[in-house]
Design a protein around this ligand. Sequence first.
Ligand code: NCD
Length: 324
Amino acid sequence: MSADAWSGLHVLAVAQFDDAMLRVLFEAASAMKRMVASKRKSDLLRGRVLANVFFEPSTRTMCSFDAAMKRLGGDVISVSEGTSSAKKGETIEDTVRCLQCYCDVLVMRHPVTGTVAQAASAARKPVINAGDGVGEHPTQALLDLFTMSSSHPRAASADGLGLDGLTLALVGDLKHGRTVHSLSLLASRVAKPPKLHLISPDELRMPAHVHDELVSAGVQLRASDNLAAALADADVLYVTRVQRERFESAEAYQKVAGSYVVDAALMRGAKEDMIVMHPLPRVDEIATDVDADPRARYFEQMENGMYVRMALLALVLGADLTQL
Ligand code: NCD
């Protein structure tokens, strides 16, 4: 297995990845985790600069990329909607042509689907999609799959990614949630994929183009609106927020807000070794009484985001990982 497939890559959509690339990345992410535990920081990316360009709010994605670059000895410049010349009418292509003169890699989030890919087409430095509207969020899917593979007891003790034999239940706003678009598509690309169960109200079903791709990839797939009934079979419960900002009206949002709540009482009907994940931020879909349950893994998942992004930055920048 080689790291070459990652070097210089724009990271735009999960269709770019295969099983071999994921193994390289996950091995590197585990090495990053060990490095941080033992010495906090390395000089692997010393002299390199990351531009964090966020045209939509972000806590975890932006800060974990920032911390990832700094833990590897690199530097970070940050641009947000309020501070960019987009306000003056600059095109995204020109913004990228400018920023790439100052940096070695760009991370970009934008509310309009396809805009990050448009930016990448004008870039000679790697561009990483940190979420484009209701489109994709590929780096979140990478950290989600890493967490499933390393944190589910049966997956962690199996050979390879260990996901076959597991049922991944995706719950909530599957229509607008870019994390579940990317995660389900990524799960369908591994050599031995998990089964998928899509759980949402009718109004928030997985978009047809994603659903069709999952079917043509040959994944075992079910869809329903009943979380309680699906729970007993689930090995990974991936809960998502209803994406208020993507609705056309407050009424349409109110109609489906609070559709599902995972709480300690509900967890009594779940498997002993099931794990609960959430990309965060949560609103009210996971009650805080679940946080102390050992099956709750969303904070560990969030921490993994930094290790996976450290690995990703090192790989796309072609760093020699033996120097870590
Ligand atoms: C997600 C996002 O921005 O799509 N957050 C994240 O990156 N961890 C999920 C969300 O906003 O609900």
